[in-house]
Design a protein around this ligand. Structure first.
Ligand SMILES: Nc1ncnc2c1ncn2[C@@H]1O[C@H](COP(=O)(O)OP(=O)(O)OP(=O)(O)O)[C@@H](O)[C@H]1O
Length: 177
């Protein structure tokens, strides 16, 4: 089963994701996958890192001022640096029965060539997946595999309650908590 968290930029998707992940870890679940937190210096966003949910290992995903030919907005994507961690974390996700969390599936992550083929394999797996999806994701192959997912569109009105709602759905599926 897949739980998809989507909504407009800055509405609170990553916060919902983080609350669900924290709850699951506190209850002894092993999570694989990654998150892509922004990095700020002096209050200014300078880029994004990839952090492995299982090992805590991190690597740069994209950075302002980097002279990379692969770009998303004003950020240069560090393809070779990020590929290694994306590959490791998603291969572990594929090889285990863990809950897979990915924050997020969007234009920046899709610039990493290993990401999509591994993601498509993960989406075929019969395991629990919690995925943050960019609201303008238009990749047909990915979206087709998310047709039967449970979608949550996060708004200011539901963002406080969404983590609990998602945890209740997972509790039923996993028969715990
Ligand atoms: N339930 C909430 N109540 C109050 N503020 C919140 C809540 N959830 C998130 N925020 C605040 O809103 C901001 C954006 O949150 P978050 O990064 O989770 O959004 P996002 O939708 O993942 O953003 P992006 O589209 O940039 O990935 C943060 O400053 C966060 O502290």
């Amino acid at each position: 089963m897949s739980i998809v968290i989507t909504g407009r930029p800055g509405v609170g998707k990553s916060t919902v994701f983080a609350k669900v992940v924290t709850h699951l870890k506190e209850h002894g679940e092993v999570l694989t996958g990654f998150r892509t937190p922004e990095v700020r210096e002096g209050g200014i966003r300078v880029g994004f890192k990839i952090v492995d949910l299982n090992t805590g290992e991190e690597a740069w995903l994209a950075k302002r001022g980097v002279d990379s030919p692969v770009r998303v907005g004003s950020y240069g994507v560090l393809v070779s640096v990020a590929s290694e961690l994306v590959r490791k974390s998603l291969e572990t996700a594929l090889q285990t029965k863990s809950i897979v969390g990915i924050d997020e599936i969007g234009p920046m992550e899709l610039k990493i060539p290993v990401f999509k083929p591994l993601l498509l394999k993960i989406l075929e797996k019969d395991t629990v997946k919690i995925l943050v999806v960019h609201e303008r994701l238009n990749d047909k192959e990915i979206l087709a595999r998310l047709e039967n997912a449970t979608w949550f569109e996060i708004t200011e009105l539901n963002r406080d309650n969404a983590p609990l709602t998602i945890i209740e759905i997972l509790a039923k599926r996993l028969r715990k908590y």
